[in-house]
Write a protein that binds this ligand. Structure first.
Ligand code: PLP
Length: 298
């Protein structure tokens, strides 16, 4: 029996003249970067990852807004909004229906040693969602808490720490995930050095207390999660009271329900943190999954 290869598409954005950028399709198996690119050399750039299903990207405007904030913080001048949209549309046009996809947008500062006014390196790709993430959306996750090492307010005071910036260097995030796996858990909840809950390596913390749906504030330097923002913008109409607030791990352990939200996994109910059981609310899990705009598990 021959298996069909998984769909994978890559497109590059290149400047054609002063104001125009054009999309060029790229063979997914062909090399794309030079040895000197800032992306592999320094992790100096930004990215976004959005969900694609049945020809539609989920909340692309929120991703592009966050990308422009990341680029502002990194002092990188990227292509205009319309060029990013063309890149997204070109990738989605090739994607088969009925398959959950992850569309990544990636931009680096360009070539190390290049001229100060050089163009950034810009490309995107669309691949299948890791089935483990879809399973976690359906079944929920276990977590461990790990220190992030900084006090909660330091990144607001120190712009060079690039708080609230989705920069390319995710080595720490990946190392934290490996640490969680070694400890037998699915994911990580980062804590500030002074004991506040922050976020996961690639997801946002949301918890329920009565009718209050809460998440930590981005003044702590965490990323403003587009999924959390989308859910909170619609939660009031669904009878919940969204709020941004600080909390400690013991507040979270005492919550009526806890979720991690992200663009690719969607809403995953947290069953356990550091071995302690977390209260479950299946009805609210379903509601938040509906509000997230991703396919709701059966
Ligand atoms: N926090 C971090 C550090 C992330 O990398 C992500 C993923 O993008 C999130 C939170 C969740 O954000 P979103 O819902 O936009 O995927």
């Amino acid at each position: 029996m021959t298996s069909t290869p998984a769909p994978r598409f890559v497109s590059v954005l290149r400047r054609e003249n002063q104001d125009e950028w054009a999309v060029h399709r790229h063979d997914p198996d062909a090399p794309l970067l030079t040895a000197f690119d800032y992306a592999p050399n320094r992790g100096d750039g930004a990215f976004e990852a959005m969900h694609v299903y049945n020809g539609v990207a989920n909340k692309p405007h929120r991703h592009l807004e966050r990308l422009s904030r990341s680029l502002h913080n990194l002092q990188i001048v990227g292509p205009p909004y319309a060029a990013w949209r063309s890149l997204i549309d070109d990738l989605i046009a090739q994607w088969p229906d009925g398959v959950e996809g992850v569309l990544k947008l990636i931009i680096s500062r360009g070539q190390e040693g290049g001229p100060i006014d050089q163009d950034p390196t810009v490309f995107g790709y669309l691949v299948e969602l890791d089935p483990v993430l879809a399973a976690q959306r359906r079944d929920g996750i276990t977590m461990v808490s790990l220190t992030f090492g900084y006090p909660a307010d330091v990144r607001e005071r120190s712009p060079w720490l690039l708080g609230s910036t989705k920069y390319l260097s995710y080595a720490v995030n990946m190392a934290a995930k490996r640490e969680a796996a070694e400890r037998g858990a699915d994911d990580v909840l980062f804590l500030s050095e002074d004991g506040q809950v922050l976020e996961g390596p690639n997801s946002t913390l949301i918890w329920l207390s009565g009718k209050r749906l809460a998440t930590p504030g981005s003044h702590t330097g965490i990323l403003r999660g587009t999924t959390q923002e989308e859910i909170f913008s619609r939660a009031g109409a669904a009878g919940l009271e969204p709020m941004i607030t600080s909390a400690t791990l013991s507040d979270i352990l005492a919550a009526d329900a806890v979720w991690m939200s992200s663009s690719t996994r969607g809403i995953a109910a947290v069953h356990e943190i550091d071995g302690a059981s977390i209260a479950q609310d299946a009805e609210k899990t379903r509601l938040l999954q509906e509000l997230s705009g991703l396919p709701v598990p059966n």
